[in-house]
Design a binder for this molecule. Structure first.
Ligand code: GRG
Length: 293
């Protein structure tokens, strides 16, 4: 019988094994570069993006071997963003996943380089896949767009712009940050396998992923107020101290919870229009809505 936790574990284990094999082959000179990349990649992430990508691929009949390199590239991009985000010049956090941040272990210079290297290596992985065909080219281009100036980096830039500048912020600015900073890598997790499957239900899947990305950021904002360090493994209450533009600032804690419920309902309503067994994608929404880490 289908069991969400067991399925999540199965997909995560598949991803971890693929990543481990890749890291065993990774040799850098000097060695510290590869060590700092591996430190952050292996530092206990939940792997929500690769698991979502593998699950979407399975639901739409895409072979695992076609999607695993993209899942690894996506996790590398996500990891680089966390390494750079933790730096003193950005969010200045000494902890990530309950362990010292990359720059606390390897120093700031090495952390900058580890992030740069993860991003370059991710696109190297995608470029190799492009030899397989047009769908791989399109998938790579989507991943690139989602990570860059029309995606995560734009969202992070807007996040910086509004920090301590809340009087000028409008709801559309909050939505822009949610959609890009957090949402675009979640969109990539669904859009890549959708493209590789031949784009059936692309628009429904896109709408599902965009809304799930917003839900993820809203729950992140809620956990920054209500979560605890042991579960989350990072400093709590920073958003408010640093005057960040978050859902809590805009809607209050209760209002943010309502927005989260609206997003969760919307994700499920969109999936109603897709004639496939998408139980895992539905349960994924509930997991994000109810998460404590
Ligand atoms: C520095 C270019 C650049 C971008 C940074 C992603 C990001 C943009 C900053 C991270 C800060 C943050 C709290 C973002 C909100 C959501 C988010 C991405 C949380 C972390 O993702 P999880 O929970 O992390 O999937 P794990 O640790 O499980 O991998």
């Amino acid at each position: 019988m289908y069991d969400f936790k067991a399925e999540y574990q199965r997909l995560q284990t598949r991803f971890e094994r693929f990543m481990q094999e890749y890291l065993e082959e990774l040799k850098t000179t000097p060695a510290v570069l590869g060590e700092s990349m591996a430190y952050s990649l292996q530092n206990g992430g939940k792997r929500i993006r690769p698991v979502l990508m593998l699950a979407t691929a399975e639901a739409f009949g895409v072979e695992e071997s076609r999607v695993l390199p993209f899942a690894l590239a996506l996790e590398m991009i996500h990891t680089y963003s966390l390494v750079h985000d933790d730096l003193p010049a950005m969010d200045n956090d000494d902890f990530r996943r309950g362990k010292p941040s990359n720059h606390k272990v390897f120093g700031e210079g090495n952390a900058v380089l580890a992030g740069d290297a993860l991003l370059n290596t991710a696109f190297g992985l995608c470029l190799k896949e492009c030899f397989k065909g047009q769908d791989e080219v399109l998938a790579s281009s989507i991943l690139c767009e989602c990570a860059g100036i029309d995606g995560m980096i734009a969202g992070q830039s807007a996040d910086l712009l509004f920090e301590k500048n809340l009087e000028n912020a409008k709801e559309k600015d909050l939505l822009y940050i949610q959609e890009n900073k957090t949402g675009k890598l979640i969109l990539a997790a669904v859009a890549v396998p959708s493209v590789l499957s031949g784009n059936e239900y692309y628009y429904q899947l896109r709408e599902y992923a965009v809304t799930l990305g917003r839900l993820f950021q809203i729950t992140d904002d809620i956990l920054d107020v209500t979560g605890d360090f042991t579960a989350l493994g990072k400093t709590i209450g920073k958003d408010e101290r640093e005057d960040k533009l978050t859902s809590i600032r805009f809607y209050s804690l209760d209002g943010a919870r309502v927005q989260a419920d609206v997003c969760a309902d919307r994700c499920n309503a969109v999936l109603d229009g897709v004639k496939k067994d998408l139980s895992f994608l539905r349960d994924f929404v509930a997991m994000v809505r109810n998460r404590s880490k």
